[in-house]
Design a protein around this ligand. Structure first.
Ligand code: SF4
Length: 496
């Protein structure tokens, strides 16, 4: 018998190694690694999502006739050794894993890997696309993907004659935000959930699972149908808005399922395109959503592999501050934007991309938090976290630690941006317009301090030079920088 080793983020019978497996010739191995469970301080909903999904996938494979060896072992390597000792498989194969360490481990253990089909663009294809280019513009990649995949295309032209409708998608939250976007279905917890939660409770943080995140393919397909039929028609205009009235807005909430294989990107894109062609979804919504999948998501995946392991230790801005205690739950904060975002993260292991980038990431950027510490925290805290997701998004996009390889300017902003895109500032104890004094908005103070601190670097950047000049013209810059020292001291002490 051949063993197919299925990793915790490969839970789909159509994935490469599983796709060719048959019950009479293949046995399936799944390993729950104790070392992995305790390797980071995971959000319990993140860890539960993976473990409960693995157990249910094993049950589905048994129903399909497979013999499944489900192991709880000290480590992945130990699990494989125990499996080999028990079953003596003639060969062990696995779909290529989604991390560099995972790939190295499988090769070290003598596991034969099968080319992955979990993404629409394999790292080899991305490398071929990137070869010879001096800049890797996401928009160019996205159009290349659309053409070759034939998504939202009318012949050789994009549907509707336009590639991108993003200009219409930067609106602040609407006044009538409450109840505007339908919430996703939820599932009742069962004995599998309770067993996994008991196991995880001592090692994790955050609110325990409440059925928000599906842990079966059937549940993930139900979330996909809900999104396409009820939410996608509203997708687009308010994707960058932040509001206390809705935790999800019109976001798909499908990234967790895509990232562990419960859904595959081609079926998700197809569902969106079918709804558009049938007239149930506007083109701008379908285009924006499909671009997130075949553009941004696959672009980040490709860059993770293209840039190699040294990218993880990039620290171009010399940022060495430890994670602020408010991020780890060791402190609270009076900053309403940060407090609301962290509460939402605690409750569901998920906040959307602008809360990640412009609240949490922005604070870490302005404060000079160590990029690798921030990456690991986000990887462990989000239900859709993975190394390949977080490294480019945190090191490159949020913290500009790669010196501008990924984003041509840092995503730094003061309180004015957060006020424009959210309802957080009304009712906040701080004043987003003030940059000095006890009531000054910490984002506003730290923004000007950040621009001044890195002025010599950013004055050579055409997209930043205006801000550098503006910072240098501030009459109260010495007072701002003095206030920034106090703000950072409070952030470190957990009393901001
Ligand atoms: Fe956040 Fe500043 Fe607005 Fe308060 S005033 S919510 S700290 S941006």
């Amino acid at each position: 018998m051949i063993t197919v080793w299925v990793l915790g983020d490969q839970l789909n019978a159509s994935l490469a190694a599983m796709a060719a497996a048959r019950p009479d010739t293949h046995r399936v191995l799944l390993v729950e690694s104790a070392a992995k469970v305790t390797s980071q301080r995971w959000h319990i909903q993140r860890a539960h999502f993976v473990l409960a999904s693995m157990r249910r996938f094993a049950a589905e494979l048994r129903v399909a006739g497979f013999e499944v060896d489900e192991r709880r072992s000290a480590s992945l390597a130990t699990g494989l050794a125990e499996h080999r000792a028990a079953y003596h498989p003639q060969q062990v194969i696995a779909t290529e894993p989604a991390s560099r360490d995972g790939l190295a481990l499988l090769h070290r253990l003598g596991v034969e890997t099968v080319r992955t089909n979990q993404f629409l663009c394999h790292p080899d294809e991305f490398a071929a696309w990137a070869a010879g280019r001096t800049s890797f513009t996401m928009e160019h990649f996205s159009r290349w993907q659309r053409r070759r995949l034939g998504l939202l295309m009318d012949g050789v032209e994009p549907a509707g004659g336009r590639w991108n409708f993003d200009a219409e998608n930067r609106r602040p939250p609407p006044k009538d935000a409450s109840g505007r976007w339908p919430s996703p279905p939820t599932d009742a917890l069962d004995v599998i959930d309770r067993d996994v939660i008991e196991r995880l409770r001592p090692h994790t943080w955050g609110a325990e699972p409440d059925g928000t995140w599906a842990t079966t393919r059937q549940g993930a397909l139900a979330r996909l149908e809900h999104f396409v039929e009820r939410v996608l028609p509203h997708f687009g205009p308010h994707e960058d808005a932040m509001t206390t009235a809705s935790w999800h807005l019109a976001h798909s909430l499908l990234s967790p399922y895509l990232n562990i294989g419960l859904l595959l990107p081609d079926e998700v894109c197809e569902a969106a395109e079918v709804a558009y062609r049938a007239g149930r979804v506007p083109l701008a919504s379908a285009e924006g959503f499909i671009r997130q999948l075949i553009g941004w998501r696959e672009y980040v995946w490709g860059l993770y592999w293209l840039w190699g392991p040294e990218y993880a230790t990039s620290n171009a801005l010399g940022a060495h501050r430890p994670l602020p205690p408010v991020f780890t739950g060791a402190a609270t904060t009076q900053m309403r934007c940060v407090s609301h975002t962290l509460q939402s993260l605690h409750d569901r292991a998920w906040v959307h991309h602008i809360q990640r980038l412009m609240v949490l990431g922005n604070l870490a950027l302005l404060a000079g938090v160590d990029p690798l510490a921030m990456t690991r925290w986000m990887w462990a805290s989000f239900v859709d976290g993975a190394e390949w997701v977080m490294l480019p998004n945190v090191v490159g996009m949020a913290l500009h630690a790669d010196g501008g390889k990924m984003a041509t300017k840092p995503y730094a902003a003061g309180g004015a941006y957060i006020d424009r895109m959210s309802d957080y500032c009304k009712g906040c104890r701080f004043d987003r317009k003030q940059r000095v004094g006890d009531d000054a908005c910490p984002f506003t103070t730290l923004y000007w301090d950040f621009v001044a601190r890195h002025g010599d670097r950013f004055e050579r950047n055409p997209r930043m030079v205006q801000q550098v000049r503006a910072a240098r013209r501030l009459d109260d810059l010495p007072a701002v920088r003095e206030r920034a020292v106090e703000v950072l001291r409070r952030l470190d002490n957990g009393n901001l």
